[in-house]
Design a protein around this ligand. Structure first.
Ligand SMILES: Nc1ncnc2c1ncn2[C@@H]1O[C@H](COP(=O)(O)OP(=O)(O)O)[C@@H](O)[C@H]1O
Ligand SMILES: [Mg+2]
Length: 355
């Protein structure tokens, strides 16, 4: 049984024999993409253009009915656009056979969609089997993937009904990653999971993203979720792209009143609540200003949000907070001035763009 930590190299199929129509790039480009369902008065997706760099985690954020699902489904050709073009790398997706395209794009949805009469192993193995992988390779892959999503390999013999909602979502993610796609499309995958498990799944998705560098296009209507996950956020309203930027850019320079209201730009506390201590430290590290003074005793964990940091500064009367993780490791300090600089964009580079 696999017990060691999964290494990125173990989870890619690079170096394997390639065949025609294999997507080698994780870049997604949409140009003037439009979809109008005949029964509706306005287009569900209306001349939307954007480019997602390979390896980025981009969140499509907007209220219900704004066209997020329709846009996502056009990327794996569950829907065809009326107008516009979509490329993955240099390939116009219209030129690829639809089945081959879909097998190379992982897709995870809120309803998970596991087949109830199939074991977890069989559910994960669907695409690898279609691709003709041998049993041994599929077994290795299933073990690695379950470890990656935080489930014991003993789950492979179970049926979906024997798993909780959160566990089923983990299997859904493992299945989406099964054939090592460059691209993952995720449509509100955690929306039906309880708050505690949702946060866990979000953290694990971030870890997986850091390990595997897949391009992830993640749909949500939940602003907090968007800010927790995103390298960049695309804001949609009534089928139109309103703004595309890093979380800091969106909060500091909202395109219009709709965006400002959505992310609460007029409310400083709300703004602070959207960023965690870690993202602020990363911005500071980038500037090499992260000197640590032994005078600070009040400590905070890196994953706490900046609103909590502000109230701890106010309550303790300390000038700085010592950032310490749950293993007691020191990550630096943050001050009032740092919070002020984040809100008013005086860091050299937005925190969210830094690695
Ligand atoms: N298959 C469909 N047929 C007709 N109208 C649809 C269909 N799918 C979505 N729509 C409509 O398109 C709009 C966008 O829907 P959708 O993309 O599902 O939004 P979101 O995912 O942002 O909630 C809505 O007005 C919805 O009613
Ligand atoms: Mg939707």
């Amino acid at each position: 049984m696999q017990t060691s930590k999964v290494k990125p190299g173990e989870l890619t199929t690079e170096g394997e024999p390639t065949h025609n129509n294999v997507i080698r790039s994780g870049e997604i480009v949409c140009q003037e993409v439009t979809k109008h369902f005949p029964e509706n008065s306005r287009p569900a997706v209306d001349h939307v253009s954007f480019k997602v760099a390979a390896g980025d985690l981009v969140v499509l954020l907007g209220p219900s009915g704004c066209g997020k699902t329709t846009l996502l489904k056009m990327i794996n050709r569950l829907y065809e656009p009326d107008q516009g073009q979509i490329w993955i790398g240099k390939e116009d997706i219209q030129t690829l056979p639809v089945n081959q395209l879909r097998r190379q794009i992982g897709y995870a949805i809120q309803q998970v969609g596991l087949f109830p009469h199939m074991t977890i192993w069989r559910n994960i193995a669907i695409v690898p089997r279609l691709l003709g992988w041998d049993e041994e390779k599929i077994n290795m892959r299933c073990n690695l993937l379950l470890e990656l999503v935080g489930l014991s390999p003993t789950y492979l013999g179970r049926y979906p009904r024997q798993l909780s909602g959160g566990e089923q979502q983990r299997v859904g993610l493992a299945r989406a990653l099964a054939a090592d796609p460059q691209i993952l499309l995720m449509d509100e995958p955690f929306a039906a999971v309880d708050a505690i498990n949702r946060e866990r799944l979000q953290s694990e998705l971030l870890i997986i993203h850091r390990k595997l560098h897949k391009t992830i296009l993640f749909v949500t209507h939940d602003v907090e979720e968007a800010f927790r996950l995103a390298d960049k956020i695309i804001i949609l309203k009534d089928g139109q792209l309103i703004q595309y930027g890093t979380p800091v850019e969106i909060v500091v320079k909202p395109e219009n009143e709709f965006v400002a209201e959505l992310v609460g730009s007029n409310n400083l506390l709300r703004k602070l609540s959207l960023f965690d201590v870690q993202s602020l430290l990363e911005a500071k590290q980038y500037e090499r200003h992260n000197s640590f003074s032994k005078a600070s005793f009040t400590s905070i964990q890196p994953q706490e949000n900046l609103r909590t940091a502000l109230s701890m500064l106010l309550e303790s009367g300390a000038e700085q907070l010592h950032v310490v993780d749950n293993k007691g490791k020191s990550h630096g300090v943050i001050t009032f001035q740092d919070l002020h600089r984040l809100l008013f964009e005086q860091f050299t580079s937005p925190a969210a763009e830094l690695e």
